[in-house]
Design a protein around this ligand. Structure first.
Ligand SMILES: Cc1ncc(COP(=O)(O)O)c(C=O)c1O
Length: 366
């Protein structure tokens, strides 16, 4: 039995090794290490690939969220609605901008933000909704957008897990005011190091983001507002441009694996994420739930398979947010997921025999 990890980055690196080294060498030859032409070139191609007018490359996905909120002038005294079932960084983006995350539960079957619960959380302080396309599956964008429009709120899409995910044929990140991406190495589109990006279709937001990421400056040594050093590195940009050529093929392979899991895993002990007809997932993660997770994990490990956990503690129960006063029982669906979720191995380079090994192991589980 071969060992199967939840994720393995080595194989993909070997596939693009030559091109990657050539791309890095060009950056070094031009000493274009911070921002510069390689980042600009990636931004242009990434915007085109997502169908957005503008893309801004920055240092990571957490900052992408902070940058989006700050560009929208969201700050101290403001509230932003955030799903409790997400990676904590969605909430960090709100907190680092100085605002307060207000958590809301996910649905019991799609595990994405529940639009039916949002309105009850809106107060005079609410400025925005942060929707997350979690695991690469989209949340119900039109339903959430309708609420945002009705209450005059901004919609920020956290697309950190959703490069290549589509909602009713539109690439994610284009419906809200901003779409925030992470290029962390383990993401569907991940760089060598850290990286993030924001897409938008609004020129003013684009210009302000370009300034904020670069010390609040558009002309060197003239600073229009208090800014940051959030530039993307040249090597990171160059690597992303190389990888962008392959992302559709890699995502298609993820879809093939997901389709096999969904049709060939027949063990009723496993519950799949519900996928509405409007969602076209990028399958960043393949999350399932199981009644006795500890038992299941031990069993899988005994079969030399090492699944992941995303995420064992929902945001509202994290110690970092204890001051907000949430308690166990506030968001039953997110809490259920935290206790029962398991992420099956999924990445483009996972071979058919490994997929078969996962399927066979799960079907034999009791
Ligand atoms: C949903 C979500 N939001 C935000 C982030 C933050 O991205 P980064 O790790 O690049 O800061 C991540 C990535 O880990 C994520 O999964």
């Amino acid at each position: 039995m071969q060992r199967i990890n939840f994720l393995d980055l080595k194989e993909q690196y070997l596939q693009i090794k030559e091109e990657a080294w050539q791309a890095m060498e060009k950056v070094m030859d031009q000493t274009a290490f911070s921002g510069g032409p390689f980042v600009a070139s990636f931004e242009e191609k990434f915007a085109a690939w997502t169908g957005a007018k503008y893309a801004v490359g920055i240092s990571n996905g957490t900052i992408a969220l902070q940058l989006a909120f700050q560009t929208l002038n969201i700050g101290p005294g403001d509230e932003v609605i955030v799903p409790a079932n997400t990676f904590i960084a969605t909430a960090w983006g709100v907190s680092h901008a100085g605002a307060t995350p207000v958590f809301v539960d996910c649905t019991s079957d799609t595990w994405e933000i529940d639009p039916a619960l949002i309105e009850a959380k809106i107060t005079p302080k609410t400025k925005a909704i942060a929707g997350v396309h979690l695991y690469g599956q989209t949340f119900d964008i039109d339903a959430v957008k309708a609420i945002a429009d009705k209450h005059n709120l901004y919609l920020v899409e956290d697309c950190a897990q959703a490069h290549g995910a589509y909602y009713k044929g539109r690439h994610v990140g284009n419906t809200g005011h901003m779409g925030c991406f992470s290029f962390y190495p383990g993401k569907n589109l991940g760089t060598f190091g850290e990286g993030g990006g924001v897409i938008t279709n609004d020129e003013n937001y684009y210009k302000r983001m370009c300034s904020l990421r670069n010390h609040g400056s558009t002309v060197r040594y003239y600073h229009d507002e208090i800014g940051y050093n959030w530039r993307m590195g040249g090597i990171e940009g160059a690597i992303l441009e190389v990888k962008l050529k392959y992302i559709d093929g890699w995502n298609n392979r993820r879809k093939e694996i997901a389709a096999r899991y969904k049709t060939e895993i027949t063990n009723k002990a496993i519950t799949f994420q519900a996928m509405p007809e409007w969602a076209d997932s990028s399958y960043h993660l393949f999350v399932v739930t199981v009644a006795d997770r500890e038992h299941f994990m031990q069993y899988m490990n005994s079969k030399n398979i090492y699944p992941g956990l995303h995420y064992p503690v929902p945001c509202h129960l994290q110690k970092a947010y204890a001051h907000l006063g949430y308690k166990q029982g506030d968001f039953p669906n997110s809490e259920y997921l935290a206790e029962h979720c398991v992420s099956l191995p999924i990445y483009a380079e996972l071979k058919d025999d490994a997929v078969q090994q996962v399927i066979d192991a799960i079907n034999a589980y009791n």
